[in-house]
Design a binder for this molecule. Structure first.
Ligand SMILES: [Zn+2]
Ligand SMILES: [Zn+2]
Length: 244
């Protein structure tokens, strides 16, 4: 998947990593060729190969949450490039401390525990070549999950909070279903229906499309914006794929 961002001179490329096919995003400034990875979950050689292919210098490493498929290659990338790791929120450190252990459980090679150089808080900003990205704390899938959003490009990196037609799993330690729904309606929907989001797994979508059609968080189920509430179709929810 490749897309040209409306933000002047920014490019985006999505690189699926690990056997869990996590969407690692590579974004860069076409003038300076300075780049950021969002959620480098694994396959560090592939990620470095992508930098080389596009002639880029890595300047930022950003993490949405502490799961191995999103954060597993952060330590190796930092070691090889000297770039600091920013995010997620400190409440995900317990996940970042068990990447090696959970990698073994999933049979994934090379994942490493990592302690970020900077934890992120709700309202923080991240920057790449003068372009600002806003940070929202969005617990529920994990307690320290954050979403990274660029206002002008109307694009959001939402990790495992929301997917096209689904939402993140909440059956992990310190997962919370009600909190996840609140994170989506209180933190994501106000960003605008026309925001395109890149989820941790699967295809991109827009917030507006999910407000209409998502079997977990459509407005008719959450009552968002004063819409009359209907009961969720449990059958439809059960057959929907939810991601790690
Ligand atoms: Zn994931
Ligand atoms: Zn996850």
């Amino acid at each position: 998947m490749s897309q040209s961002l409306p933000e002047p001179k920014m490019q985006l490329r999505i690189i699926p990593v690990t056997p869990l096919q996590q969407n690692c995003s590579l974004i860069w400034d076409t003038a300076t060729k300075h780049a950021a990875f969002v959620d480098p979950g694994g396959d560090v050689d592939t990620l470095q190969g992508a930098l080389k292919h596009f002639g880029l210098t890595l300047k930022r490493i950003w993490l949405t949450h502490g799961h191995l498929d999103h954060a597993g290659a952060a330590a190796a990338l930092r070691e090889r490039t000297g770039v600091a790791v920013e995010g997620p929120h400190r409440d995900d450190q317990f996940w970042l401390d068990q990447i090696e252990e959970s990698s073994r459980r999933y049979g994934i090679v090379g994942g490493r525990d990592v302690t970020p150089d900077r934890y992120l808080e709700d309202g923080d900003t991240l920057a790449l070549e003068g372009v600002t990205f806003d940070v929202s704390h969005t617990p529920g899938h994990t307690p320290g999950h954050v979403v990274i959003h660029n206002k002008r490009a109307k694009i959001a990196f939402v990790g495992d909070v929301l997917f096209a037609g689904s939402i993140g799993r909440t059956d992990f330690p310190r997962g919370n279903h009600e909190q996840l729904i609140r994170s989506i309606t209180d933190k994501l929907w106000p960003l605008g229906d026309d925001v395109t989001f890149i989820p941790g797994h699967g295809p991109m979508s827009t917030f507006g499309n999910e407000r209409r059609t998502n079997p977990f968080v459509a407005d008719r189920l959450t009552g968002y914006g004063g819409v009359a509430k209907e009961a969720a179709d449990e059958g439809e929810q059960r057959t929907t794929k939810r991601y790690t």
